[in-house]
Design a protein around this ligand. Sequence first.
Ligand code: CA
Length: 370
Amino acid sequence: MDRRKFIKGAGIGIAAGALAAPAIVHAQQPEIKWRCASSFPKALDTIFGAAEVIAKKVSAATNGKFEIRVFAGGEIVPGLQVTDAVQAGTVECGHTANYYYIGKDPTFAFDTAVPFGLNARQQTAWMIHGGGLELMREFLKDYNIINFVAGNTNAQMGGWFRKEIKSLKDLQGVKFRIGGWGGTVFSKLGIVPQQIAGGEIYSALEKGTIDGAEWVGPYDDEKLGFNKIAKFYYYPGWWEGGPQLSLNVNIKAYEALPKDYQAILEAACYEAHAWMMAKYDAQNPAALRRLIQGGTQLRLYPKEVMEAAHTAAFALYEETAAKNEKFKKVYESWKKFREEQLLWFRVAEQGFDAFQFAQSAKGQTTKKKT
Ligand code: CA
């Protein structure tokens, strides 16, 4: 090599070294270790898995400097006390469904789902572009929490019963495990609602402490084994058209993070959100097929049950809005957004889906004949 060229090349080498300085700064970023309490059992690779998606992405994007260790429901705190633990700073963050905490204030429900509320697409739209996230952050600030959209199960099934529900009469006195505000609405129809964490439902059903239970949908419900105890599988889960999961982060812990870690955490939550929705949609069809092959009987909720629940739900919202200012503020945004979404979804989405379903059903009929 020509000596002059070599010297020139070395010069470039020094310049490149100077340009690489930001990488050195990055290497000096602090090592941070967080604990994340999940509300869910490890066996559920969907809803529990979403918190692990966040942890893995955060670690990979910070070269292992920012580590989040995820604990299942019951390991640090019971599954239904995750938000309390985040509020108190016992853990830096928690992955949960905020409707578990409606006992503190029913406004929590809007962060997850309320009966006859938004589907998964609409909930995501409300949160990210409809003002929902700002409203829920304002509300959760009083609990020392900043929340991040971090998963959705999509529309849920309506749960498992040992006996058929043919009319409103069949609901009287039935002890039913149900998440969130659906229980309050269902209680107006005669059900005795029970809020039980995911990991404890099976034993309550097996012991006969409860008569029926709902969780999420075919993929999770099969893993939890409800089909072994109850035969009738109802749909739709009218109280959970698109329930969202959130990563609740203690505000002090969040504010102590370097700005790039904050951005990485937010991006990881959005990844988990898309990941969870896709996983449920990908896994549910085969799980439903297996359940039916194993003897599960599908049943549609009677129209009179759905209609009575719808009336009871909106009466409850109006009643609550009249006495709870925080609730009213969120409810008004949500209600307006929901009405607009229902109008829009009746056009292109319904037009496309209804045609597709009808064609698919025709295909099934043709197959049976041959
Ligand atoms: Ca549920």
